[in-house]
Design a protein. Structure first.
Length: 138
């Protein structure tokens, strides 16, 4: 093949990929919400009720802490929610329902529990909860 044919094929592939991404973003993906989460591993227990993040407060190595959050749907169609854990404490956090449907004009309460391993040294550990909301078509 000559360079013109290769360039034309590449251009066509780029246009198709761009069109698919555009359709996905306009007709499927509704919103992505990133919520920071953190825990302070220390020699004592404590709590942090601030609402700016998912603060698990203070706990000891081998301890656990639980927090909740609400996923709301203010749309006239159902949303499919996927919850993804990221960061250094992602493996310590358990979310019982990580994929669920939020009906129109309703809320869904989600519980997140962090289980700190026994071997973790004292310190401040962080991560993120990412909630991906997609339109549910079927």
């Amino acid at each position: 093949m000559d360079i013109k044919k290769i360039s034309m094929h590449f251009l066509i592939v780029c246009i198709i990929i761009s069109a698919c991404l555009l359709l996905y973003s306009f007709f499927v993906l509704e919103k992505v919400i990133v919520v920071p989460m953190n825990i302070n591993v220390s020699g004592s227990y404590g709590f942090n009720l601030d609402a700016d993040s998912l603060h698990f407060g203070n706990t000891v190595p081998g301890g656990e802490s639980q927090r909740g959050f609400v996923v709301s749907n203010h749309r006239k169609y159902p949303l499919l929610a996927s919850v993804i854990k990221e960061g250094e404490i992602a493996g310590w956090v358990e979310i019982k329902d990580s994929r669920f449907v939020v009906p129109p004009y309703e809320n869904r309460s989600i519980s997140a529990t962090v289980y700190v391993p026994n071997s973790v040294p004292e310190g401040f550990y962080t991560g993120n909860i990412k909630v991906i909301l997609r339109k549910k078509w079927f």
